[in-house]
Design a protein around this ligand. Structure first.
Ligand code: FES
Length: 117
């Protein structure tokens, strides 16, 4: 037997940050769903033939966007009415000026997963 040791690799190590969020059937069209994944508040929206995930917190007043209303690819904050683009997170109306964080979403076999990385 040779004398050897195994060193843990630290290069090119990819850590998956995809997490299962819900079943696609749990998402009614244009009805936001607020969930938490690894401590992160996520607002899931099924709209315009797609599924979107944004941080579930308005960038103006830190209230849940999942309590807002969806229209096409936008979600409107219920408190002061700023709308955010679900695709880019861009704030479309004052008083919010900062974009909301968006997260990649994939749907495989009816299961919705979000990359919270
Ligand atoms: S708290 Fe959302 S627009 Fe003011």
């Amino acid at each position: 037997m040779g004398d050897f040791s195994v060193q843990p690799r630290t290069d090119n190590v990819e850590v998956s940050t995809w997490m299962v969020a819900c079943n696609l059937d749990d998402l009614a069209p244009e009805r936001p769903l607020g969930i938490r994944l690894a401590g992160t508040a996520i607002c899931l929206v099924r709209a315009a033939g797609d599924v979107f995930a944004v941080h579930d917190e308005c960038t103006h007043g830190a209230v849940p966007l999942s309590d807002g209303e969806v229209d096409g690819c936008t979600i409107e904050c219920w408190l002061h009415g700023s709308r955010f683009d679900l695709r880019s997170g861009e704030a479309l109306d004052l008083p919010a000026t900062e974009p909301v964080r968006t997260f990649p979403v994939r749907v495989i076999g009816g299961v919705v997963s979000v990359d919270i990385g």
